[in-house]
Design a binder for this molecule. Structure first.
Ligand code: TYC
Length: 101
C-alpha cells in the first residue's frame, strides 16, 4: 500500500456561488433639505428625477429606504460619497450599507 495521502486540503464549493450583494440604505433626518437629497441620489446613484423623488419621499415617510444593491466595495464607496456630500454642506444626511440576505 502507498503512504501518499489523497485527503483533500481545500473545501469543494459549487462553482456557481456569487459574492453577496450589499444594500445601500438612505436614512431620514429632520434637517437635510428634500431637494438636496434628490440631487445626491441623482448624482451618486444615477437616478432620474422621479426615481430620486420616490426614494427620498419613502425615506422621509418611513425612516429609511433601500436605494440600490451593489458589490460590497461599490456599495460602501457610494454610501460614503453620499454621506460626504451632505457633510460638505453641513447636513446630517446618512447612507449605510448592509449585506443582502
Ligand atoms: N426629512 C427631511 C426634511 O423634511 C428630508 C429628507 C428626506 C432627509 C429623506 C433625509 O433621507 C432623507 N427636510
Amino acid at each position: 500500500m502507498s503512504d501518499i495521502s489523497t485527503k483533500r486540503r481545500t473545501k469543494v464549493r459549487p462553482a456557481t456561488k456569487r459574492p453577496r450583494l450589499h444594500k445601500v440604505i438612505l436614512l431620514n433626518d429632520d434637517y437635510t433639505p428634500r431637494e438636496f437629497v434628490v440631487t445626491v441620489l441623482k448624482a451618486e446613484f444615477r437616478m432620474s428625477e422621479s426615481q430620486a423623488q420616490r426614494v427620498m419621499m419613502t425615506a422621509h415617510r418611513r425612516g429609511a429606504c433601500v436605494v440600490a444593491v451593489y458589490t460590497k466595495d461599490v456599495a460602501e464607496t457610494k454610501a460614503t460619497n453620499g454621506t460626504e456630500a451632505g457633510r460638505a454642506k453641513g447636513y446630517p444626511l446618512l447612507f449605510t450599507t448592509e449585506p443582502e440576505e
